[in-house]
Design a protein around this ligand. Structure first.
Ligand SMILES: NC(=O)c1ccc[n+]([C@@H]2O[C@H](COP(=O)([O-])OP(=O)(O)OC[C@H]3O[C@@H](n4cnc5c(N)ncnc54)[C@H](O)[C@@H]3O)[C@@H](O)[C@H]2O)c1
Length: 351
């Protein structure tokens, strides 16, 4: 197995995964509309290789296009077959990811996340490509009582973004059930990816103003925002702020390689796996670690709770460890240090 299609591969998680796949010897085709990213992330990937890039340059191909473009997807699979290098598997990152925007523009979210996936699956089926890793999310889970979330916990999303992810999971399950001897499907439920590659050459660069805490916190550290607004200090947590499970983006990227190793060495299956560290961190703890590691100040103030937020979202990651042999190796200090290294050298991202 060596020819992989990454939809959404110029995005935050996609670009870090692209780097690791290339290093592992995969040939990578990136398809991205760049609706919320820049293809300059792939220039960053090349820079990480430095002078060794020459021996990798024929292993990376970028195509600008939308997963809803059926003709383009067909052409892409067809061309690779004609070249004698059929696409062996897909990592499906492409999609829109803002909880806030999904409430304002649900149709766009359903179109991109759900219809786009239907299109992709149709074309994969047409060209007998049956291995797919899907970027699912912890947002599919419903309200929990503060205990660690297992893959068997209730699926009950509280916003349209989460609904699109839960729907795609269901669609993939039905696809698998349609012929259990064919499809190998891994649904990775990411918790809160943050940080960047340790080189500081690639990182998160949202085109729209960010809604996630880490890029907002870094904007404050970089002086681009006056203060961080913390949504609520009256949650039922030890310090009153929300608790999340932050995972280093490089550990997350490595989970995709492990997933491919699994899919290509086992019988067809359809599996859901949580990707988090299993450690909960409150907003105030995150700010304190960031300040301590990077010796910067973060001004913040409290505001009212945000619609759709949950008090505590932490993964039970025992399945990832058992099934994939995946163990996150980077801690919160690494996440804060690497994220800040990227932000300091690229205050405007790839712009
Ligand atoms: N970052 C997170 O906190 C997080 C958490 C859980 C799940 N996810 C999921 O992981 C995936 C990757 O997330 P990310 O953080 O790298 O986001 P991102 O926005 O950086 O990357 C998504 C990429 O998909 C592309 N894209 C969007 N719609 C497209 C379409 N119709 N056709 C082609 N390309 C399209 C965007 O241009 C972008 O490059 C997404 O599906 C997201 O929902 C992310």
């Amino acid at each position: 197995m060596n020819n992989v299609l990454l939809t959404g591969g110029t995005g935050y998680i996609g670009s870090h995964t692209c780097l690791i796949l290339l290093k592992q010897g995969f040939k990578v085709i990136v398809l991205d509309s760049c609706i919320s990213s820049s293809s300059k992330s792939l220039e960053g990937v090349k820079k990480v290789f430095g002078k060794d890039w020459d021996s990798f340059s024929d292993k990376l191909q970028f195509i600008k296009g939308d997963i809803n473009n059926f003709g383009l997807l067909k052409q892409l699979f067809q061309e690779n077959i004609l070249l004698g290098e059929p696409i062996d598997g897909v990592i499906h990152f492409a999609g829109l990811k803002s909880v806030k925007d999904s409430i304002i523009k649900p149709i766009e979210y359903w179109e991109s996340n759900v219809m786009g996936t239907i299109n992709l699956i149709k074309v994969m089926n047409l060209f007998s490509c049956y291995k797919i890793i899907f970027s699912s999310s912890a947002t599919i889970y419903g309200i929990n009582k503060g205990e660690k979330i297992k893959e068997t916990s209730d699926i009950s999303p509280v916003n349209p973004y989460g609904s699109t992810k839960a729907t795609v999971e269901r669609l993939l399950q039905d696809t698998y059930l349609s012929d259990k001897s064919k499809w190998s499907i891994m649904k990775l439920r990411y918790f809160n990816p943050i940080g960047a590659h340790a080189s500081g050459l690639i990182g998160e660069s949202p085109l729209q103003s960010p809604n996630n805490i880490f890029p907002l916190l870094m904007d404050v550290a970089a002086g681009r925002k006056k203060e961080l607004k913390i949504f609520g200090n009256d949650w039922d947590t030890f310090d009153g702020t929300c608790i999340r499970d932050y995972v280093h983006v490089m550990d997350l990227a490595e989970a995709h390689v492990k997933s491919f190793e699994y899919l290509f060495s086992t019988e067809p299956a359809c599996i859901s796996i949580n990707i988090g560290t299993g450690k909960g961190t409150s907003v105030l703890e995150l700010i304190n670690v960031f300040k301590k590691v990077n010796l910067v100040d973060i001004k913040f103030s409290f505001t009212s709770r945000r619609k759709g937020d949950l008090s505590c979202v932490v993964a039970d990651n025992s399945k990832a460890k058992e099934v994939l042999g995946w163990n996150p190796t980077r801690n919160l200090s690494d996440m804060c240090r690497d994220g800040w290294k990227w932000k300091k050298s690229n205050p405007y991202g790839y712009k």
